[in-house]
Design a protein around this ligand. Structure first.
Ligand code: AMP
Ligand code: GLY
Length: 425
């Protein structure tokens, strides 16, 4: 009998972490993958990267990592070919592809979210902004790799950002319309729900760190680190966010004819008025995946295959998570996020990965012909560690990242610091 093979689409640390978790119970091929993805898992299952497109790879389940192929309809195409796919079709992926679509769906479904309006011209956008209290929130309507958001109390800066986004100079076509939002305040939670079209099941919650610098300073990035669980939120916040945000949105999608089978990621703000939606993503979050999946105890292949098949109930127990905590820290290239510098040699990855509980996921790396591992992207590595507490996991993650080096490497020193402090009684 041939062993089940799962195909993961993507090339980042998220796909590395997905592959690593799936390989507990299946052989995994990642397309195109990255230099860190390859070898034999402790289970005996193989993991490999393959440059062939997913259409040419034979697998019993396809898991699509990034938003761009989802928005472009890769899941529909694979399903049309009779394949079992975990990832929404283009109709559902619009939830991330267009913030205006997402906001309209939320309004129709009664999902609590910030007041907003969408503009194609600067003057009405700036007028609307002036009617709101600071800070001002300016977003691109389309995909911008997590970097299309400005939150500032400086009206002139916000107005300049509106003009830059609408001119198309900042994010190309993605910036042709801007969404101006009311500002919300409160701790944030990343909530991952496995969806089978009509039902949703939460995975462990996480919190990520979007700003580049310590103390949440500097520009927004794709994410500089994460931790799970989030003790300050607790199970009650997760249940409330599922009931008020994820489930009504999934119902609305289903009523609109979108058969949403995949991961629905709700970025939630825990405001004094209850949980409110910041954004939906139609895929696993990065770097949250690198702390959420290591905590999932059950069989991820079973769970995702059941959801992809339209009924996750028989596999619901597979979402059970370990009491352990996980912390990950991202090592970024100099110049990230505006203009990261690539091509510098990386050392210490193997030494970091030998620490107990530590896994180094590759985000933006490349292997030269002579075998040298070099940087090849803004976020280069994601060092993830499990521990019995957040404090223990955090200490391991930082001990591990200290073993890694490349010219100009930067990373935040305060990932999960407050959560670790709150554990000390
Ligand atoms: P997004 O890409 O929409 O998740 O936004 C990135 C980050 O910007 C969020 O994680 C928040 O920290 C911040 N943000 C986005 N929208 C708002 C808002 N309406 N109010 C306050 N902060 C926001
Ligand atoms: N960590 C945020 C994202 O994946 O969009």
């Amino acid at each position: 009998m041939t062993r089940a093979t799962v195909c993961v689409v993507g090339s980042g640390a998220r796909e590395h972490a997905i592959a690593w978790s799936l390989a507990r119970s299946a052989d995994v091929v990642v397309t195109p993958g990255n230099p860190g993805i390859g070898g034999v898992a402790p289970s005996g299952h193989t993991i490999r990267s393959d440059p062939k497109p997913p259409q040419l790879l034979d697998a019993s389940l396809y898991v699509i990592g990034p938003e761009v192929p989802l928005v472009e309809g890769l899941a529909d195409e694979l399903r049309a070919g009779g394949r079992l796919v975990f990832g929404p079709g283009a109709a559902g992926a619009r939830l991330e592809g267009s913030k205006a679509f997402m906001k309209q769906l939320c309004a129709g479904a009664g999902v609590p979210t910030a007041a907003w309006a969408c503009f194609a011209e600067p003057s009405p956008a700036i007028e609307f902004m002036k009617s709101l209290a600071p800070p001002y929130v300016v977003k691109t309507d389309g995909l911008a790799a997590g970097k299309g958001v400005l939150v500032t109390s400086d009206l002139a800066e916000a107005a300049a950002d509106v003009a830059a986004k609408l001119s198309g100079s900042a994010f190309g076509g993605a910036g042709r319309r801007v969404v101006i939002e009311e500002a919300m305040a409160g701790p944030e939670l990343s909530l991952f729900a496995v969806c089978d079209g009509t039902r949703a099941l939460p995975l462990p919650e996480a919190q990520d760190f979007k700003r580049l610098g310590d103390g949440d300073t500097g520009p927004n990035t794709g994410g500089m680190g994460a931790y799970s669980p989030v003790p300050s939120a607790g199970d009650a916040a997760v249940s409330e966010a599922m009931g008020r945000i994820v489930e009504p949105a999934l119902d609305a999608l289903s009523r609109s004819g979108a058969d949403y089978r995949g991961l629905l990621y709700a970025g939630v703000m825990l405001t004094p008025d209850g949980p409110k939606l910041v954004e939906f993503n139609v895929r696993f979050g990065d770097p949250e995946t690198e702390v959420v999946l290591p905590r999932v105890r059950g069989d991820l292949v079973e769970l995702l295959a059941a959801a992809a098949g339209g009924d996750l109930r028989p596999a619901a127990a597979e979402a059970a998570c370990a009491p352990d905590a996980a912390v990950c820290v991202v090592a970024a290239a100099p110049g990230y996020p505006e203009a990261p510098r690539s091509g510098t040699p990386i050392s210490g990855v193997r030494a970091a990965g030998t620490l107990p509980g530590v896994t180094v996921f590759h985000a933006g790396t490349r292997r030269l012909d002579d075998g040298t591992l070099v940087t090849a992207g803004g976020r280069v590595l994601c060092v993830s560690a499990l521990g019995s507490t957040i404090t223990a996991a955090r200490a391991r993650a930082y001990e591990a990242i200290a073993r890694v080096g490349f010219e100009g490497m930067t990373y935040r020193r305060d990932i999960a610091e407050a959560a670790a402090k709150s554990e000390v009684t």
